[in-house]
Design a binder for this molecule. Sequence first.
Ligand SMILES: Cc1cc2nc3c(=O)[nH]c(=O)nc-3n(C[C@H](O)[C@H](O)[C@H](O)COP(=O)(O)OP(=O)(O)OC[C@H]3O[C@@H](n4cnc5c(N)ncnc54)[C@H](O)[C@@H]3O)c2cc1C
Length: 402
Amino acid sequence: MSMKLVKGVLYGEGEHHEKPKQTHIIIIGAGLTRLLLAQGLRKLNARLEAEGQSAPFTFSIHERDESSFYRGGGFSLNIHWALQQLYDILPEELSARIFDQMGSFTFLNLQTGEPALKTTIPPGWKGARMSRVRFLQLLMTNLDIHYSHRLSQITFPTDDTVRAHIENGDQETGYLLIGADGTNSVVRRFVYGAENSKNTQLPIRMLNCRSEYPLEELKACLRVDPHLFHAGIPCKMAILCSLFWICRRRGRRTETPSDPPPELPEQLAWLKHMAKHWANPVHDLIYGMPDDSIVQVIRVQEWMPNDANRRPTDGRITTVGDAAHLMTSFRGENANHGVVDVAQLLALLAPSGNKPTDLKEVASTYEKEMVQRSRPPTVKAQEACLDANHYSKITSDSPFLS
Ligand SMILES: Cc1cc2nc3c(=O)[nH]c(=O)nc-3n(C[C@H](O)[C@H](O)[C@H](O)COP(=O)(O)OP(=O)(O)OC[C@H]3O[C@@H](n4cnc5c(N)ncnc54)[C@H](O)[C@@H]3O)c2cc1C
């Protein structure tokens, strides 16, 4: 096949091949948003079939790793303001297994072990706190995923198609390619170029720890909150310690933060050294961390979409979730935006009347809304992150709490 390069994008010339179905969608990545999107497409197809149309959307999912939990399970996740959209996206048999439950918001003083701030969730405010592993397992129900399929290149073989090139030599052609490939998205890099797609690193260091304790040892923590609390130390050195059951993370802020050791067992020794004078229940929790704890360094990064930097992709490529907008986790919002990305896309994909869905129009309408929606909360999440790591700024006015 002969290809020509225009503005860094490879276009096919006179290629003859069997075209896929008009509505074939290629999804890259096996994270939260891609699973949601696939479940939403299943539900949409079922609805359209029930209305007498043959299943209009075909889709394929390509994940670089050999399994969904290859890099560890991760943390706990809050879906709050997007909970209703989450219920709406999922087929009923799956949404029935998500329960709304939120506790309080408690911030402990690590010198005294007493709450420095405690707020209750306003009446009527709904949210679900879930283990990320269990949530992903639920979302994987009945989905066919191509594992060990790392996207390496994207080309446009004809005027209206897009092709995903997989590192192992496989290829897949469709009409819309959706990048749900997370923080360091290859799809984002393709659309925005190497320089404009780079994440910005914030001056915060975070360790995500996963340990298992006998229930007895967690009782003091459970009395503070049944799911999670945050804690900080009122001194010049900035430290935030957030604890989730059973997942917890911890960060530190200075202008030039010192990096924690990259590996166990030094990470555990470093954590214990930091916690030496902290009050209970956090002190004992850290000193009781088993040697087989899983500790991950989390990069606190952000990235905002900007239309001015986009390459022309003619509505054949779009992104959702962290690939589309990356914000710090200090307001627990990015997955909520991922849910809304998927909800918006699905609403646009649903055909209205007899008019067939125009995938290009879907992509460009979705992009406009997504870019406008996701930029302001990225700024707020940055403020929340910096405030959360600065004890005196933890007030009810801070975006960390409001
Ligand atoms: C500590 C922490 C706590 C958080 N808590 C919350 C919270 O409480 N509430 C909230 O709303 N958000 C929270 N977030 C954010 C939330 O976890 C993310 O927004 C969400 O997981 C992003 O989902 P995603 O599908 O976009 O990306 P991911 O879940 O990262 O999935 C991306 C997938 O793409 C795959 N991939 C990457 N490159 C390729 C390639 N080239 N080819 C094929 N596949 C590829 C990866 O292997 C991965 O499976 C938190 C984040 C962190 C770090």
